[in-house]
Design a protein. Sequence first.
Length: 215
Amino acid sequence: MGSPSGRSAGGAQSLANATATPAVPGLAAVVVVLLGSTAFDGLSRTVFWQTGPGAANDTLSGTVGLVASIALVAALYVVGARLSGRLAGQREADQPRRYAATVIPIALGYTVAHYFSLLVLDGQTTWILASNPFGLAGVDLFGTYDNRVDLTAVGSDAIALVQVGAVVVGHVLGVTLAHERALLSARRARASDQLPLVIVMVLFTVGGLGLLFGF
């Protein structure tokens, strides 16, 4: 068991690694697709989508919705990153890839929030089917094949707390990393320089919470 100081050092090192991530081509695109596709997954569950644009429940509407969600996330992120770069006196075209790693905590928060209940509830079928993966008569390797999914394994309050907590923590980490990244990228960084990117991150967080609760 490690000491508290060791764990703190490990956490600090993880954040340092995140802020030092190379601004490689394609990184921003990967992060935007991850965030936008998860956002669309949440949107597709809302009454607005199911009774409106996605009422047909066909491949075309789903594809258009997915592309539109990714495009919206990409536009907001690129505008916010470039404006922050302009305020800091940096090359605007380099900013989206430079800050891409700082959006990863937000994307991970979205992912945990949207799929936590699926993992805890539907994930139980993994252990059930593992006892008899081919459905053969009389086979029950681990004694779980006759089990049923326990829908009371986690309560709605716990699910809500995990969802909100994941989104909020992801946002806080994202903003912190963006600020640290700015300090590493500019000799004279002001807090106001990151304001456009912070506003975009806040919009992502508010939008994520809204999708979780079906607004």
